[in-house]
Design a protein around this ligand. Structure first.
Ligand SMILES: [Zn+2]
Ligand SMILES: [Zn+2]
Length: 123
């Protein structure tokens, strides 16, 4: 399996090989601020993800960083320092992903202006 994606302006492209895991939508305050609403992602092993171009990395906590396009600002990657995986934005994938949402995470932090009613597990 191979998924390709890019930022809005095309300066950053990526290809994820292997089977993406952890298909989720995150409602945490950091993802909300960085994306403007929610952030949908999946992850693959670091060696299954090829990034073309040079994203800028924002150190968002003591354990994780967030990669975005320095030109257009698209929020594309999330990386935990202690894990050998990188999450990539599902919204940036070219064409159909073939994936199905598995869970909502950090729903306790969600905004008050919407409800989750899609029947997918919430954590
Ligand atoms: Zn861009
Ligand atoms: Zn989040």
């Amino acid at each position: 399996m191979s998924l390709k994606g890019s930022c809005l302006c095309g300066a950053i492209r990526f290809e994820a090989k292997g089977t993406p895991q952890g298909v989720s939508v995150c409602h945490c305050s950091q993802c909300r601020r960085m994306s403007g609403h929610l952030w949908a992602s999946a992850y693959v092993k670091d060696d299954e993800l090829t990034i073309f171009g040079t994203p800028q990395w924002y150190v968002s906590s003591g354990t994780a960083r967030r990669g975005f396009c320095p030109t257009c600002g698209s929020f594309l990657f999330w990386k935990h320092d202690a894990e050998d995986t990188t999450s990539f934005a599902l919204g940036a994938i070219d064409g159909p992903t073939g994936l199905t949402l598995q869970k909502h995470i950090f729903t306790a932090d969600k905004g008050d202006y919407y409800e989750d009613a899609d029947g997918v597990e919430q954590k």
